[in-house]
Design a protein around this ligand. Structure first.
Ligand SMILES: [Ca+2]
Length: 152
């Protein structure tokens, strides 16, 4: 009986190991051309909802390739479903764009959700980057750090 349990445990372990190995290889995250590279989910100081504070909360998306890439119609979304949708937009080769939570004037490097309250949960959240067809291009489930941001 003990032996049988041990065999079963070994089998479960082997299956679990296979699953763990399979997830990264099936994911596009590690090699995503357009990648979420930093999330400042907890803006400095108390969350009082001022526009400066809201804009200190942001997500950085990086074009890791050496060619310009269109982000037109792409969306950035949190777990709750708060969505920023890119209008006609091109992210240049090796460039990054910051998507801020608050209001502001959109530029080639800074975009704005135009929200009046925070998007990214200080207790951890998930960011999803999808193309104009809704295909998931990158995602990042993050846990809080002592820095208030996560980077990769
Ligand atoms: Ca936050």
């Amino acid at each position: 009986m003990l032996r049988r349990l041990a065999t079963t445990a070994a089998l479960v372990s082997a299956v679990a190991t296979t699953a763990v190995v399979a997830i990264p290889s099936a994911s596009t995250a590690a090699t995503a051309a357009l990648r979420i590279t930093k999330i400042y989910y907890d803006s400095p100081n108390a969350d009082r909802g001022g526009n400066t504070s809201l804009n200190a909360e942001w997500v950085r998306i990086t074009n890791t390739t050496s060619t310009n890439r269109s982000l037109t119609g792409w969306t950035l979304k949190d777990k709750t479903g708060y969505t920023y949708k890119f209008p006609a937009f091109t992210l240049k080769a090796k460039a990054s764009v910051y998507v801020h939570t608050g209001k502001g004037t959109a530029t080639s490097g800074h975009r704005y959700y135009n929200r009046t309250w925070y998007v990214w949960n200080n207790t951890g959240d998930t960011a999803y980057l999808r193309d104009s067809k809704g295909v998931l291009k990158d995602s990042w489930a993050f846990k809080p750090t002592k820095y208030g941001y996560v980077v990769r």
